[in-house]
Design a protein around this ligand. Structure first.
Ligand code: FES
Length: 135
């Protein structure tokens, strides 16, 4: 099997697209919330978000040193967060991300969890003491 065929065998087209063309990559000047997590493998993800005056997420960006699965999950989370209130964002679950990506191999689920943890940390920071209604 050729390397590209192996990749397609293990990952969906959507996952590969987000890994190769990550959305909302970068930082946000003066963010309302930032979360950063490092995995036991040494990879890290940082998520930042800004709220508009209705307290909805107007911008969510990430930077990462990580594998394709972590990058794809972070990319998807930035899109899922767009326009949501803090409470709506807090109700996003790690399974929602994996499901949107069309599934991940078992040995790669911790990579999406890395991005999710950074995201939820950013959401909590942006809540700034407001009570969150977690799922
Ligand atoms: Fe380290 Fe995926 S291998 S986050």
């Amino acid at each position: 099997m050729l390397p590209d065929e192996q990749l397609m065998d293990e990952f969906t087209e959507r996952m590969i697209d987000h890994a190769h063309n990550p959305r909302n990559l970068g930082t946000i000047p003066d963010p309302h919330g930032v979360g950063r997590t490092t995995s036991s493998c040494g990879d890290w993800v940082q998520m930042a978000l800004r709220l508009d005056d209705r307290r909805r997420i107007s911008e969510c960006r990430f930077t990462a040193y990580g594998c394709g699965s972590a990058v794809a999950a972070a990319s998807v989370l930035t899109e899922m967060a767009q326009g949501k209130t803090i409470n709506e964002a807090a109700r996003i679950q790690p399974e929602d991300v994996v499901s949107y990506l069309g599934g991940l191999p078992e040995h790669k689920t911790h990579c999406s969890q890395l991005s999710y943890t950074a995201f939820i940390e950013a959401v909590r920071a942006a809540a700034n003491g407001d009570a969150l209604e977690l799922a």
